[in-house]
Write a protein that binds this ligand. Structure first.
Ligand SMILES: Nc1ncnc2c1ncn2[C@@H]1O[C@H](COP(=O)(O)OP(=O)(O)OP(=O)(O)O)[C@@H](O)[C@H]1O
Length: 253
């Protein structure tokens, strides 16, 4: 059986009276590509922040790569191999794409030349090679999303937490980005993605967790969770759920 690379147990966090994450337990298998879905405000980003050390939990534990990392700072977790991306992408606008990616590479590489060379290799993986020497401010939204992915990849993660890398992209850009995410997972990086684009969840994820009002309400394969009544009520709605099931079964409308 494949070992869990990340395991959280009984994780909770409140903001004042708001229970943003309540008693969440889940484990992410090494080598898997899985998804965390749920309505706006469900607690998904808060859960990522608790996993990666950007927030401290009120209760519960986080284990990563066989170590208890509960409450440990993000940069120490990154050194251990856990890196997250952010929903709002903020590159260093005046610097080139290459220099931006090298920022991530500096986690493990001291030398500037080495980091810049590593940046070039990463750019190839995410389709940014033609833009390497352009300022990051020249990138489109889709390009910035790729850059965010590249900066995270440059830290050489074992686990990549992707926070809505497809948000704000048009259907064609989504279709172009999906193989990039798949390619990252195929290269051996474990991926957990927060995603609202259900088409991507259905095509990419082997396992899905569903969060609503801070609590896990379902988990399973994409087909299982999209036919779960609780998920349909809390998140998808009947129309979307029916369309997803139809698409998954290959039926022609
Ligand atoms: N730093 C904070 N201080 C106070 N409340 C917060 C803070 N961060 C998140 N919240 C609240 O916690 C709840 C969960 O927010 P979170 O961003 O984790 O949800 P989400 O599932 O990621 O939503 P979305 O899909 O819209 O990104 C929301 O009600 C949010 O307003």
């Amino acid at each position: 059986m494949t070992e869990a690379l990340l395991a959280v147990g009984g994780l909770s966090r409140s903001f004042g009276g708001l229970k943003a994450v309540q008693d969440v337990s889940l484990s992410v298998k090494e080598g898997s590509l899985s998804a965390l879905i749920g309505p706006n405000g469900a607690g998904k980003t808060t859960l990522f922040a608790l996993m990666s050390g950007f927030l401290k939990p009120d209760a519960g534990t986080v284990r990563f790569a066989d170590q208890d990392i509960t409450g440990r700072e993000p940069h120490r977790n990154a050194l251990l191999g856990m890196t997250r991306t952010f929903q709002i992408v903020k590159p260093f606008a005046a610097q080139t794409v290459r220099e931006n990616i090298a920022v991530g590479a500096h986690l493990h590489l001291r030398g500037r030349r080495e980091a810049l060379a590593h940046a070039e290799a990463i750019a190839l993986r995410v389709g940014l090679a033609p833009q390497l020497d352009k300022p990051a401010s020249d990138l489109t939204v889709a390009g910035r999303k790729r850059l965010e992915l590249a900066r995270a990849l440059a830290t050489r993660p074992r686990l990549l937490l992707l926070d809505e890398v497809l948000a704000g992209l048009n259907p064609q850009e989504i279709a172009e980005m999906m193989p990039v995410v798949r390619g990252i997972a195929d290269s051996g990086v474990t991926v957990l993605m927060i995603e609202h684009v259900m088409q991507a969840v259905m095509h990419l994820a082997e396992h899905v967790w569903v969060l609503a009002q801070g609590q896990l309400i379902a988990e399973g394969s994409p087909a299982q969770v999209t036919s779960d009544d609780k998920v349909v009520e809390a998140y998808l709605g009947h129309g979307t759920a029916a369309r997803l099931r139809k698409a998954a079964s290959g039926a022609v409308e």
